[in-house]
Design a protein around this ligand. Sequence first.
Ligand SMILES: [Zn+2]
Length: 112
Amino acid sequence: MKCDICDGKIDEHSHNGKVYWTEGHNAEPLVSGRCCDACNSLVIGFRMFGIYNKEDPNSIHYRLAVEQQRDLLLKVAVMQRIDRGEEEKKTDETQETLDFLDAWIEEQEEEE
Ligand SMILES: [Zn+2]
């Protein structure tokens, strides 16, 4: 089974050698579908982002912030998958994502 966020493998959980969990986590509201363990922490972060944001949820500013957050988390998910070494070779898309993140991290550091 594949993760709907990072496109990586969904982990199986087992106890005493018996697999009891193969379906992944609920990936809502980041994307619709199921996700792997690593992406689940991003989904939880995304839910928190909604909870702690005190702005009017219908405002354009809020919706834009949510979309930016989603976009960023989806890129982080791909980076995490690459870090896990499932990638056989880097595609143009994953390289673009890595370049974007490097630039983003640099930008954050400059702002501090
Ligand atoms: Zn994933």
